[in-house]
Design a protein around this ligand. Structure first.
Ligand code: WT7
Length: 669
């Protein structure tokens, strides 16, 4: 296996044609972006259309120091623009109207379609007019709960066109999680589809929306209108049996079918010019405590940053075909399946299904079918695919590939090597992109063709990004070392606030180390100056790239009448990266049996979503606590991996608890 010293040089041909061809050139550009941000970003931003232009010398201001007053970031302040106009009309004016914006590939291989830039604009304008007719105005929130279909992209762009704020909730979240999010953002309209097939699994989206809307109504928040794409009637089901018996309830006066109202709408819609710092979208992410946080991104800076990272990190050239497998419900889907590619007039693939249907080579079938040049996926998918026969990859012609991306969690060197050798044929650049919902776009990543690669290292900062490592006392670590990964200044795409809660924004991200944005991740700098993200330093878990907090799962477990107390830790998992290992103490009246176990798993699925289902539930008559009552998670993490080297337990109130836990580890652990 490669070590920290292993370095893989970019392919020579790739380097030669890349936008950035050498490390020296990267360094020079990065220096300029830091020393002279207004010139660097101003030159890039001037390629976009601004209804009111920005003023070169004063479009960038910020304060990252809570001691000096409120935290804020402003880019292109004072200018007005519209991101939908920039990604559609501007490209069409520049001669890309007949270019394919999206190849849509359905769950079933028989289902596929395509949309040019011109046609996409027509659809977006129609839907924008529909939204307007439903009373949606600039600044209003539109909730979106959709599968990977073209109408999802159309919905986002239609919102952007009229200045409405889209708030997508990943269509894997349960009705409960979903209703909490749409109520928090006070959404006026909800856009969804009747249902979707993912592999051989059916997901009844509208039914989930009905439950969520009922729940909202009980809490006094009424969704005024729910627009439903009739999707099932046009797709091939896994067993080719027509999608019958999937009756959809449509509530009179509230619910309407997309197909009944969109075709007749006018196909011209003048864009709403918005301030660069007006909100574009919000997206919820888990916090280590409390409710999910509504991360808010604004228009101008996000547009410029999404476009620039996409261009350089994927080295996207005009005739390339690009594919990001991320769901539109995550930030990766926003920035790198919609806005980034479209801003570059790119041709992308939008794929509805899973990597495993109809066979475990579906990804490679699609890469071959469309001659994909850039492929962007998550380590958890790579690890899942690595388990299958190598021939599933080798039997396909993947020679079109040039750049392979990874996102969501640290990629382990084994998975990196498999990706590099088998998928990339040792000639592709691997970009291990570190970023967050909050950062809006990539912040650490090697650039293809320019930065020599080290398996497992997110490596180097993107333009405008200045990473700093801090020790426990907030002192900057120079040279080699490990510490908290923080940033002393903003890049254009960073979030601006948490929706309706600027105070929480300041305490969550800026209070631990005044003067810095705190990522919540740790990182190590090696002797070559490369950065290696080591994982979360807070109580967050990363299950298959889904971030969630231990406290979120704990509070859901203790909602069950049979559970008195719960403690959740992350356990390493060969495919998911991490999985949930839950310790529960039952109430006296309840026995810990198979029935309780099943109920608890089901409860977590219902309250949060299927991806949060615990892998292990451990019956813990007592939890290891300090005398002051604090649960010692450090010990629980050791129990989870069956490592008896628990270290100092002298501060424990009852020391025999630990022995007891090791003795009754469940067989499934
Ligand atoms: C957290 C953010 C970025 C979009 C998808 C996740 C972890 C993400 C990497 C990477 C190591 C990574 C971090 C981060 N993470 N990418 N390349 N190497 N860790 O967005 O849900 O906001 O999660 O994912 O822990 O803080 P998110």
């Amino acid at each position: 296996m490669p070590s920290e010293k292993s370095v893989y040089l970019p392919d020579k041909a790739l380097s030669k044609n890349a936008y950035v061809s050498s490390f020296a050139e990267y360094k020079e550009m990065h220096n300029k972006s830091i020393d002279n941000p207004e010139e660097f970003w101003g030159d890039i931003a001037s390629q976009f259309y601004w209804e009111t232009p920005f003023k070169y010398d004063k479009f960038f201001r910020y304060n990252f120091d809570v001691r000096k007053g409120p935290i804020y970031t402003k880019w292109f302040d004072g200018a007005t623009t519209n991101i939908c106009y920039n990604v559609l009309d501007r490209n069409i004016r520049n001669g890309h109207g007949d270019k394919i914006a999206f190849y849509w590939e359905g769950n079933h291989p028989d289902d596929y379609s395509r949309l040019t830039y011109k046609n996409l604009l027509v659809e977006v304008c129609k839907f924008a007019n529909v939204l307007k007719s439903k009373g949606v105005k600039k600044g209003d929130r539109v909730a979106v709960y959709m599968p990977m279909i073209l109408e999802a992209v159309i919905t986002l762009l239609a919102c952007a066109r009229i200045g409405a704020v889209h708030s997508i909730v990943f269509a894997g979240f349960s009705a409960d999680s979903f209703s909490e999010r749409i109520s928090d953002c006070e959404a006026k309209v909800l856009v969804t589809a009747d249902g979707v097939w993912r592999g051989e699994k059916f997901l009844g989206l509208k039914t989930i929306c009905d439950q969520a809307m009922d729940k909202c109504a009980r809490n006094g928040h009424n969704i005024e209108c729910c627009i439903v794409v009739s999707h099932l009637c046009r797709v091939t089901t896994p067993n080719r049996i027509p999608n019958q018996n999937k009756k959809i309830n449509m509530k009179e006066g509230r619910d309407v079918w997309w197909q009944d109202i969109v075709p007749n709408a006018s196909s011209s819609c003048y864009p709403e010019w918005v301030q660069a710092e007006d909100p574009l979208f919000m997206l919820y992410t888990s916090g280590s405590t409390g409710k999910p946080k509504g991360v808010l991104h604004t228009t101008g800076g996000y547009m410029v940053y999404a476009a620039t990272t996409f261009k350089y990190v994927f080295d996207y050239k005009p005739n390339d075909v690009y594919w990001c497998t991320a769901d539109i419900g995550w930030i990766t889907g926003h920035t790198y399946a919609v806005y980034g590619p479209l801003a570059n007039a790119a041709t992308s693939i939008l794929y509805e299904g899973t990597p495993f249907y109809p066979d475990n080579d579906r990804f490679w079938v699609i890469v071959e079918k469309y001659k994909v040049n850039q492929f962007y996926t998550a380590p958890t998918a790579i690890r899942a695919l690595m388990k299958f026969d190598a021939d599933l990859v080798k039997r396909h012609n993947l020679s079109s590939l040039k750049v392979l991306g990874s996102v969501g969690e640290p990629i382990n060197p084994e998975a990196w090597m498999w990706y590099y050798k088998l998928v990339g044929g040792e000639k592709c650049s691997i970009v291990d992109t570190f970023w967050q919902t909050e950062t809006g776009g990539h912040v650490l990543t090697p650039l293809p063709g320019a930065v020599p690669m080290k398996p497992g290292a997110a490596s180097t900062p993107f333009f405008g990004v200045q990473p700093v490592l801090l020790d426990e006392f907030g002192k900057e670590i120079e040279g080699e070392g490990e510490g908290y990964l923080v940033f002393p200044r903003p890049w254009p795409g960073i979030m601006r606030t948490l929706f309706n809660n600027h105070e929480r924004y300041e305490t969550t991200y800026f209070s631990k180390f005044p003067g810095y944005y705190c990522t919540g991740d740790g990182a190590r700098r090696d002797s070559d100056g490369y950065l290696w993200v080591t994982g979360r330093v807070d109580d967050m878990l990363n299950v298959s790239g889904h971030l969630m907090s231990t406290s979120e799962v704990e509070s859901v477990l203790t909602e069950h009448y049979g559970i008195a107390e719960a403690a959740v830790v992350a356990k390493p998992h060969p495919v998911k990266g991490e999985c949930l290992y839950c310790f529960v103490t039952t109430t006296e009246a309840v026995v810990f049996d198979g029935k309780l176990l099943a109920e608890l798993k089901q409860h977590v699925r219902e309250r949060i979503g299927p991806f949060a289902q615990p892998d292990v539930i451990h019956n813990a008559p007592a939890l290891p606590k300090t005398r002051s009552g604090k649960i010692m998670r450090r010990i629980l993490r050791k129990v989870a991996i069956n490592d008896r080297d628990v270290g100092d337990i002298s501060t424990l109130a009852e020391s025999n608890v630990v022995e007891q836990l090791f003795a009754n580890r469940p067989a499934t652990a």
